[in-house]
Design a protein around this ligand. Structure first.
Ligand SMILES: Cc1ncc(COP(=O)(O)O)c(C=O)c1O
Length: 429
């Protein structure tokens, strides 16, 4: 495996002037209404959408109602009663990303989706996988295992001066015409960076590489369109910015890829056993699913998808990015606090460190005043945090239910925990 160049990322200059247009962005998010339908919004200052966001009351009641239906009718009978609603989940997922319903497979997580798709590609020693430095830990572990056990050539793509995939270097790499899979994390777990997925798509397409996007942190956060990105496959999870139940996710497989991609372990859900040694795969992406799944959480995912569509992906994106800009600027004004997102980061994931205080300790201190953030250690991203020599960051991620009072509480709590911003007598006592 080739190492990436490390010293690429400078801390964000969050105090730099920003075009007024960015702050005037057209935003029509009704925060009060979002809070009213989100029980948890009134119980803590929750800044962990990138871990698992707060679901709406409708998402939760849909899941519970179906469990009650199963209690009364039995699992199979309850599923039959909700068949139309279950089918509508595929339509909603497809509508959100500009795909068609047969190109959607529902999984229990993004990692399952990535694993099933990578396995189905059946890479061999003649193949090369080019992965972004922002690749999520579980996906990286799978790719490294493929490299070790199947002799696949794994290359971590070089990064540009902003810490993003270097598209020109990717272009040069793919120019040798070797069969390649390019896999990119749209937004990583470990910083607010956004990969240039559309430009990567253009290069991948020109060289005939298969292009997979991990949109786990971007669906429900940014407006995502698979044709604009030009990806062959995309995978995401339900519980993060999409605000779905835990244990849900979905994948998109472009119909042209679907025609030549078969699961390594077909399941009765996606295949019909037609003779002693024969079977037929479903023509749709459901060929990658398993029969057994939680119907209750699928239905909850469907509600979350419809809510995301109603809210409007463009409005959500501009509102979240505007708030993130404010948060980055405000954090960077607190003595002893450094925003460590790569320069130019704009997403609603904001990472920072507090001088002299371990990230885990910051998280605990903030939790004691009901401000929920998480620490992300370098073991969740060796090609990113490891390469930047940052052992751990504090991650605050914003969603549409976070109001001004939440932001004020977060900033006050961070100020309170930073030794550099506390009076000297308090630090030394
Ligand atoms: C960028 C990214 N990709 C993939 C995953 C894995 O998602 P899941 O836990 O649904 O498998 C995560 C989880 O945090 C993530 O942040």
């Amino acid at each position: 495996m080739e190492p990436i160049e490390a010293a690429h990322v400078r801390p964000v200059d969050a105090s730099a002037p920003v075009a007024d247009a960015a702050l005037d962005a057209h935003t029509v998010i009704d925060v009060a209404a979002e809070r009213a339908r989100t029980v948890g919004a009134g119980l803590s200052h929750h800044f962990n959408a990138a871990g698992a966001a707060l679901p709406s009351a409708d998402v939760v009641s849909t899941v519970i109602d179906h469990l009650r239906r199963e209690e009364r009718l039995g699992g199979y009978e309850a599923a039959a009663a909700m068949r139309d609603q279950s089918d509508a989940v595929y339509d909603a997922a497809a509508a959100l990303i500009g795909a068609s319903a047969p190109e959607i497979a529902i999984f229990d997580s993004a990692s399952t989706g990535l694993r099933v798709l990578m396995d189905a590609l059946r890479p061999t020693r003649s193949d090369r996988i080019v992965a972004s430095s922002t690749t999520y830990v579980s996906h990286a572990l799978q790719l490294m295992t493929m490299a070790r056990e199947q002799n696949v050539d794994l290359v971590v793509a070089p990064v540009d001066e902003h810490g993003r995939m270097d598209v020109a270097a990717l272009d040069a790499l793919l120019a040798d015409g070797r069969p390649s899979v390019v896999t990119v994390s749209h937004i990583p777990t470990s910083s607010g960076l956004t990969e240039p997925v559309e430009r990567i798509g253009e290069v991948a397409r020109r060289h005939g590489a298969t292009y997979i996007v991990d949109a786990t942190q971007s669906i429900g956060h940014l407006a995502v369109d698979v044709d604009r990105i030009g990806c062959d496959a995309l995978v995401t999870t339900g519980r993060k910015f999409l605000r779905g139940p835990r244990g849900t996710g979905f994948g998109y497989i472009r119909s042209s890829l679907l025609e030549r991609l078969t699961p390594t372990a077909p399941d009765v859900r996606g295949a019909k056993w037609t003779g002693p040694t024969d079977w037929e795969l479903s023509p749709s992406a459901r060929r990658f699913e398993t029969w057994e799944s939680s119907v209750a959480t699928r239905l909850g995912l469907g509600v979350a998808l419809r809510e995301a569509l109603e809210r409007g992906p463009e409005s959500t994106e501009s509102w979240l990015l505007e708030r993130a800009l404010l948060l980055r600027r405000s954090l960077s004004l607190i003595p002893g606090v450094s925003v460590v997102d790569p320069v130019g980061s704009t997403s609603a994931i904001v990472t920072f460190v507090v001088e002299g205080v371990a990230a885990g300790r910051v998280v605990e201190a903030l939790a004691s005043v009901d401000v929920r953030v998480v620490a992300v250690p370098d073991t969740h991203g060796q090609w990113d945090l490891g390469a930047r020599a940052i052992p751990s960051v504090v991650r605050a991620s914003i969603h549409v239910y976070n109001d001004e009072a939440d932001l004020d509480a977060l900033l006050a709590a961070v100020e309170g925990v930073s030794p550099a911003s506390r009076p000297r007598w308090e630090v030394t006592s």
